[in-house]
Design a protein around this ligand. Structure first.
Ligand code: ADP
Ligand code: MG
Ligand code: MG
Length: 889
């Protein structure tokens, strides 16, 4: 018989798939003897069974729930719905991967008109009993009955005002009874039924609702964002209640075992006295720092900090822990590995190695390469003048500039239009998630470091400031007032999430540097990895950055960008529209020293590391003015100044533009085809490369050029271009009296090249897979058209699992890469292979490259650190897999 329900003592921490993360950890903590309120977990398989039976709980599941409930009742010595001694439970969702705030939890289930009286008597605390009952009605109504909590908040607010109270703890038992009456009225009005009184009925309705919440909008959005599969389902935890709202010797809180923002080894968190569950996370009251608990409840603090240490040692990971204190007694409600910023992730990984908790390989696997982007962002220039508007809690580091918006929908709209916005709100809720995604940063006036906004922002690596109470936010008027200053919707602000400072206007930023811990971690990565990391750099400045970030060479230097630089375009145009060889050579002679200068700078920056230089690739008309615009100008001149030289010049240009016009430029006269038709251009470029090499050799510096012929589809193209390069090199060698060490290779970016790689490799010293064009030519997509017109919807409707331009399509494009490498090495065993293009900086593509046996990946300079780490992870993962494979059964 299928087992759908596990009591806490029957499970353990390894059963995440079945029990969900929360359930597995509750079981594990129970197993190691921590004070966890007892309960049971309904499995993710039960959730899937629920959906398979058309959203109804199968009889077998129901039976097992009732059995487990009886067991729980016996253990607690209380019974669900017993007016004398009622059991109250929470019903908590828990998916395999933690989805903070995404799924809904119900507390105090089992409360009704009778049990509330029992609770009041039993605890001798009617105020507490009625407060708990009204909380239950409110949560249950929101999650199960789908009545907007607004109505309840409204009524509560009115009551508070009427009685002249400023906060909830001032309400008496009688006040709460009155509120409950009103609440029940609201329920009756919205559902045309009374609030359900039968606790078992409440329980199953709640279980249903948790299952349903797996498919609510915000859960779906969160899963898509974090690439969590939809079919996993959620588990449901039913757990006996403990109460943090029993008075001033009670409370509830959340704490991390280390600082999730900086990684410092210190308990870090917040708590609220006389409060229940969600109050801390919801950001309704700004809580106190965990350090004050030390003086307020020293014994509880002591016990908690020991438990925290124990949990961290047990899981060998930084933990995010929920706890509740009921009349001075500590209970642990949840533990999970804590979300953290990239900075914290690195610090924690390195510290844990030093503390002997994990080894270097584990540390390398602890940091998500994608997260590193955060650290490679620009930050506020300390020297810049800044006018500080207000200061809040530094909830997530990083700096950002943007226009102020006050609403998630507006943030999304403007964000999609390419505007930089900062979302400013009193607090955020899971319904704001789309707005947070579209914003550069988040600012809230309420809530603490563990509020929704803070947790989500840290997870996404966005800057965030919370609890900035100096801000008076008027969402309706779209205004933000601080003292005398008014900031309107659309005004620019800059925030620094590391200091909590909010500033008016746009503040200058500076380039990032790698921290000592980061450098240390990367040096460990370099020891592990077996695949090279190079950078794509088109100019000396990028090459210097790449070298600083640890690139072992330039994998792609695109020479066309040198043509576009200031002052050069007119000369390039002269070269293109030249009517005779003389004119053309004149322009070419002018270009040569410019290119040479660039090459010298790049060679110098790379200090002897290999530099792959690709000869001119794009179609020539990319360097000429737009046809339509030119036509307008010519027409104007024909009317206004028909005799002018300018007109003659423009007409000539237009003729050339028309002549070069192509139906499909991507598949037209470009790449090596250009070199075949205009060898003089390639010749000039090759000369520039070797003159630069000679210049550096004079200074005693080593250079290592690799000359790359783009877009080869047939062996004869490469043969002919190779000859051109060799002849030109020889001429420069004779001229300068030097010998150059260099190689010649090609970019593999056309399927035919990959399929005939054995032939091509006979003429090539290296292959560089240009996976961007190879993806275009393999799919038959032009990237700009695809991304603009249909790719997004393809991904949404799951026609494609991902954007193949961001994540290498291993099944199709990857197969061509594999084929290319295998065939190429057959005829040329010393063939060097690598990839250039954006995929070279994407972790799963890097993993693929390593498994396929490429020698290196090449990516943009700012992604080099990420690629070094991802390359190490690929190696370690492969080793682990091999170990598993060899384990005797
Ligand atoms: P989330 O995943 O949104 O954090 P949880 O299931 O962890 O939801 O619960 C929400 C809040 O309620 C947490 O603060 C948690 O500690 C508290 N809580 C859950 N179950 C109980 C319980 N049995 N007794 C006391 N507090 C509880
Ligand atoms: Mg929780
Ligand atoms: Mg290309």
């Amino acid at each position: 018989m299928e087992k759908y329900v596990y009591l806490f003592h029957e499970g353990n921490g390894n059963m995440r798939d079945l029990l969900g993360g929360k359930g597995a950890n509750l079981a594990e903590m129970t197993r190691i003897g921590l004070p966890v309120p007892y309960g049971f977990t309904i499995t993710t398989e039960a959730c899937n069974a629920y959906y398979e039976s058309n959203k109804s709980i199968p009889a077998l599941v129901e039976m097992q729930v009732l059995e487990a409930l009886t067991h729980l009742e016996e253990k607690m010595g209380k019974k669900l719905g017993d007016p004398e001694n009622p059991l109250l439970v929470s019903v908590r969702s828990g998916s395999v991967f933690s989805m903070p705030g995404m799924m809904d939890t119900i507390l105090n289930l089992g409360m009704n008109d009778e049990t509330v009286v029992g609770m009041a008597k039993l605890t001798n605390n009617p105020r507490f009993a009625y407060d708990s009952y009204r909380r239950f009605i409110q949560m249950f109504s929101d999650v199960v009955l789908e009545i907007d909590s607004y109505y309840f908040e409204q009524l509560l607010e009115e009551t508070r005002e009427q009685k002249g109270y400023t906060s909830d703890p001032e309400l008496t038992a009688e006040d709460w009874q009155e509120v409950i009456k009103g609440y029940k009225e609201i329920v009756r009005k919205h559902t045309r039924k009374d609030f359900p009184q039968d606790p078992k009925n409440q329980l199953f309705l709640a279980i249903n609702a948790v299952f349903n919440s797996w498919n609510n909008q915000r859960a779906i959005v969160y899963r898509r964002l974090n690439k969590i599969p939809d079919h996993l389902g959620t588990a449901v935890n039913v757990q006996s209640m403990v109460f943090g709202n029993m008075g001033n010797d009670s409370g509830t809180g959340v704490a991390f075992t280390r600082n999730p923002s900086t990684g410092e080894p210190e308990l870090y968190g917040e708590y609220l006295i006389n409060a229940q569950g969600e109050d801390v996370v919801a950001g309704i009251r700004t809580p106190q720092a965990i350090s004050t608990l030390k003086s307020e409840m020293p014994e509880v603090y002591q016990q908690f900090s020991e438990t925290a240490k124990r949990l961290e040692q047990h899981y060998k990971e930084m933990q995010d822990i929920e706890f509740t204190v009921e009349r001075g007694k500590l209970f642990i409600l949840q533990t999970r590995s804590g979300k953290r910023t990239a900075q914290a992730a690195i610090r924690i990984a390195v510290d844990m190695v030093k503390e002997g908790i994990i080894d270097r390989k584990q540390a390398l696997l602890r940091v998500d390469p994608d997260q590193l982007n955060q650290l490679l962002h620009r930050r506020i220039d300390e020297k810049a003048e800044r006018k500080i508007l207000a200061k809040g809690l530094p909830a997530s580091p990083g700096a950002a500039t943007g226009q102020v918006v006050f609403d998630a929908d507006e943030a999304e709209q403007l964000g999609n239009d390419g505007k930089k916005v900062i979302l400013v709100r009193p607090e955020t809720t899971p319904d704001d998630i789309h707005g947070i995604v579209a914003s550069q940063a988040i600012v809230t006036s309420r809530g603490g470091m563990t509020s929704h906004a803070a947790v989500v922002a840290r997870g996404m690596g966005k800057a965030c400031i919370c609890g900035c109470e100096a801000l008076k936010i008027d969402v309706k008027a779209k205004q933000l007032i601080v003292g005398e200053t008014v900031v309107n919707y659309g005004d620019m602000i800059t925030i620094d999430g590391s200091t909590g400072e909010i500033m008016l206007g746009e503040i200058p930023m500076i380039d990032p540097e790698l921290s000592p811990e980061f450098q240390l971690l990367l040096s460990w990565a370099d020891q592990e990895r077996k695949i090279g990391v190079r950078a794509n750099a088109d100019n000396p400045e990028d090459a210097r950055k790449a070298f600083e970030f640890g690139a072992g060479g330039v994998g792609l230097c695109r020479t066309e960008h040198m043509f576009m630089e200031q002052g050069r375009l007119p000369i390039v145009q002269k070269m293109i529209i030249a009517e005779n060889d003389e004119e053309r050579m004149e322009a070419i002679e002018q270009l040569l020293p410019m290119q040479q200068g660039d090459f010298e700078g790049i060679f110098e920056a790379m200090q002897g590391y290999p530099v792959t230089i690709r000869l001119l690739d794009p179609p020539l008309h990319e360097f000429l003015p737009d046809k339509e615009e030119l036509l307008v100008e010519v027409t104007k001149l024909q009317i206004l100044d028909p005799q002018s030289d300018e007109l003659k010049q423009k007409e000539k240009l237009l003729r050339k533009v028309r002549q070069l016009d192509e139906f499909n430029p991507m598949l037209g006269l470009r790449g090596c085809r250009l070199g075949m038709v205009h060898p003089e251009i390639y010749e000039m470029q090759v000369k520039a490369i070797f003159y630069a090499a000679a210049k550096l050799a004079e200074k005693g510096m080593e250079v290592n050029p690799e000359i790359m012929i783009p877009l080869v589809g047939h062996i004869n193209e490469l043969k002919s271009m190779r000859e051109l390069v060799i002849e030109t090199a020889q001429r420069v060698e004779e001229e300068t009296g030097r010998n150059f060490k260099y190689t010649i290779g090609t970019m593999i970016e056309i399927p035919r090249a990959a399929l005939t790689a054995d032939q091509i490799a006979e003429e090539a010293d290296f292959f560089s897979f240009g996976t961007n064009d190879l993806t275009q030519t393999t799919f038959g997509y032009s990237r700009d058209d695809a991304e603009g017109k249909f790719l997004q919807s393809y991904i949404e409707t799951k026609v494609l699992p991902q954007n193949p331009f961001a994540v290498l399509d291993q099944d199709g494009v990857g197969k061509l890469v594999e084929t290319g490498v295998k065939l190429g090495r057959k005829t040329n065993p010393t063939l060097k292979t690598g990839i250039c293009g954006e995929h070279g900086g994407e972790k799963s593509s890097i993993d693929f490259c390593y498994r396929t046996g490429l020698d290196y990946v090449s990516c943009s300079p700012y992604r080099v650190p990420l690629a070094r780490l991802a390359a190490a992870q690929a190696t370690i993962r492969q080793e682990q897999k091999k170990c598993e494979a060899y384990t005797p059964v």
